[in-house]
Every structure is written in structure tokens, then in C-alpha cells.
Write a protein that binds this ligand. Structure first.
Ligand code: MG
Length: 371
């Protein structure tokens, strides 16, 4: 790895961990964070959680786990090109979706509605709760005791009300400061990853067709280029080659735009980065192209009737489980019973379920004729 930029996050300028620990022997602090995340229970569950397609619908669709790996791969490439901290972007990318409920956004919306009288539910904040409190692996503390910069990267956004409760982690939302460039990168690497892999999964599932996608200018442009340079390419390779080039175009645009934003702002330290405006971003043309892609996916894939059927059912499963457990906490495993804040513990339990575990629990509690 070439030398880091002076404004990159590093073990040396880290704000440290909540509980003081001796420095690791052969790793950087952010490598240690990455390793703790990979060994966590919540990380292994990502394999069985829906991204868009429910886990059992097919073996080739993205899951939260493969999505997180793609985000890490894209974010590391960008970080290295900009001489930023690859270990930190890897840690944040791998942790960014830990707090997701089963069944993707449908599950999160349902749980948020269930929790509306009890402080709401937000997957971002749940990811933080997992790494700060819920993982139980270490003798000296609850949670994973990650560095400030990793935790900061996990909390991408939050309401001002919540920011007030988050202490030093919420301060930047109140003062309008930015997180590290590494955190900013993970945010956009997430978007690059899901827009492109949703197109890929959408085509593979047959819910989207290449013809439909011609209305997305970025797809159209690269599809035509591939077709004219390789006219005999069979369909599947044509699509993969197109998506690959789209990802590359987005990544290159992001690197170049960010480089010129940095050159204009001339930061010297990480503190300068926090005070500067958002420096990681796309050119305005690429931002527009990216919005167009998102709009297309929302209208044609996320609202597709076959996806909506799954969404509706997922909503019901999550809501049923929540109300069954809240109305009779004796149905919960012992460690989730809590007279202090029972709704939050029910949300922890339901949010932690994989898709199939949630379906199994639902059958156990509601299937008539099955005890
Ligand atoms: Mg994500």
C-alpha cells in the first residue's frame, strides 16, 4: 500500500475505542475492527438475509453478505486510488448492513411501524447497536468495542433527535460536519454496488428485460458500445460486460471527481476533512445518470408485482412476530425478556432473525394444526 494521504484516517489519529485496549501486535487498529466484524454472529447471518430477492428464491441472487463483500471490494479500490485507509473502508463496508432485518426493506419498514411508539427502528442505528452492545464475544466488554471511525462510518444518517442521544457519534449531525473520507466512500460504494447488482439480478430473474433497460442512459450507452465492439457476444456475457463497464465508469468518475474536490479544498489533516463540505462524490452528469438508474429500479424492480407479493408477506411475518412477542414476552427466549425496555428487546430479536428463521418462527407460532 502506498503511503496514506495526510488527511486519511489512521491508527495514529484515531479517536480510539470506548474501552481502552492495548494496540494489536501485527495489525492496524482498523484491521482489528475488520477482523472482529468478520467473526461476529451478525456477520454470518447476512448470508441468509434478503437483499431484494428472498434468500431461497434462487442460489445466484445477491444476499446481504455478497452485497457487503461487493461494497467492500468497490470501496477498497476507490480508497487505494485516493491513498486513503483501505482497512477502515473494508471494516465499515462489511459492517454497514449488520442491522438489517430479515426480508430487506420490507422487514425494516414493518419493524419501524411496530416500534413507532417506542422510538422507531432504523437499520443503521441497529448496526451500531449490534457492534456496540449486542454481540457477546469478549471478556472485557459487551459488543465489539470498535474504533470511533468505524462506528462513525456505520451511522450514515440519523435524525437530529437521535443525534442528541448518540453523544460524540451524533455531534457531526448537529454541527453539520462530515465523517472521514473513508466513511463517505463506503456510502457511495454501497449505492454503486446495489444499483448495478440489482440490475444484474433483475435481468437474471427475468423481472427486467434488456429492452426495458434501454431507457436508462448509462446502461444504453455501455450496452451499445459492447454490442458494437463484440457483435456476436451471447446475451448473458453481453449483460455482464455491460454491468462491469457501468461499475467501472461510476468508480472512475467518483475517483476523479473526488480527486479534484480534494485538490480544490486542500485539506491537510483529518480535522480539515471534517470541516470541509462533502468531498467524495460524482460529477453532476454521473449523479444524474445514477438517479435515473435508481428511479428505474424503483419503478420497475422494487415495485414489480412479484417483488411486492414477497414484500407484503414479509411485512406480515415481521409484524405478526413482533406483536406476538410483545403481547406475551414469555414466548421469547429468556435472554430477550426485559422489563426495562421490552419493545426494544423484541425488535432486537426479530431484527436478528434470518429470512428462514423468521418464517420458521412464524409457522411455529401461527400455523394451525402444527404444534
Ligand atoms: Mg447496503
Amino acid at each position: 500500500m502506498s503511503e496514506l494521504a495526510s488527511y486519511a484516517a489512521s491508527s495514529a489519529n484515531s479517536r480510539g475505542r470506548r474501552y481502552l485496549e492495548a494496540a494489536p501486535d501485527y495489525r492496524s487498529e482498523f484491521q482489528r475492527d475488520r477482523d472482529r466484524i468478520v467473526h461476529s454472529t451478525a456477520f454470518r447471518r447476512l448470508e441468509y438475509k434478503t437483499q431484494v430477492f428472498v434468500n431461497h428464491e434462487g442460489d445466484l441472487f445477491r444476499t446481504r453478505l455478497t452485497h457487503s463483500l461487493e461494497v467492500a471490494q468497490i470501496a477498497r479500490g476507490i480508497a487505494r486510488a485516493l491513498r486513503l485507509n483501505e482497512d477502515l473502508v473494508e471494516a465499515v463496508s462489511l459492517a454497514h448492513d449488520l442491522g438489517h432485518t430479515p426480508f430487506g426493506h420490507a422487514g425494516q419498514d414493518a419493524l419501524n411501524e411496530c416500534m413507532s411508539d417506542y422510538g422507531g427502528f432504523e437499520h443503521n442505528l441497529q448496526s451500531l447497536r449490534i457492534v456496540d452492545e449486542l454481540e457477546e464475544r469478549y471478556a472485557a466488554f459487551a459488543g465489539l468495542n470498535l474504533c470511533f471511525e468505524t462506528r462513525e462510518g456505520i451511522v450514515k444518517h440519523c435524525s437530529l433527535d437521535m443525534a442528541r442521544k448518540l453523544g460524540e457519534l451524533g455531534a457531526r449531525f448537529l454541527s453539520g460536519q462530515q465523517p472521514s473520507l473513508e466513511a463517505q466512500i463506503c456510502n457511495l460504494a454501497d449505492e454503486i454496488a446495489y444499483n448495478n447488482h440489482d440490475i444484474d439480478d433483475g435481468l437474471r430473474s427475468g423481472l427486467l428485460s434488456p429492452d426495458q433497460l434501454m431507457s436508462v442512459s448509462l446502461f444504453h450507452e455501455h450496452f451499445q458500445r459492447v454490442q458494437s465492439s463484440s457483435p456476436d457476444l451471447p446475451g448473458r456475457r453481453l449483460i455482464y460486460e455491460t454491468v462491469r463497464r457501468m461499475i467501472n465508469a461510476l468508480v472512475c468518475d467518483l475517483i476523479e471527481t473526488t480527486q479534484s474536490n480534494i485538490a480544490r479544498s486542500r485539506p491537510e489533516t483529518l480535522a480539515d476533512i471534517r470541516l470541509a463540505g462533502k468531498l467524495v462524490g460524482f460529477s453532476s452528469a454521473m449523479r444524474e445518470a445514477q438517479h435515473e438508474m435508481k428511479r428505474f429500479l424503483r419503478e420497475n424492480l422494487y415495485q414489480h408485482y412479484q417483488v411486492l407479493r414477497m414484500t407484503k408477506k414479509a411485512h406480515r411475518i415481521v409484524a405478526d412476530l413482533f406483536s406476538a412477542f410483545l403481547s406475551d414476552p414469555r414466548l421469547l427466549p429468556e435472554e430477550y425478556r426485559d422489563r426495562g425496555d421490552q419493545p426494544r428487546r423484541v425488535a432486537d430479536y426479530v431484527a436478528g432473525m434470518t429470512d428462514r428463521y423468521a418464517m420458521k418462527e412464524h409457522r411455529r407460532l401461527f400455523a394451525v394444526g402444527e404444534i
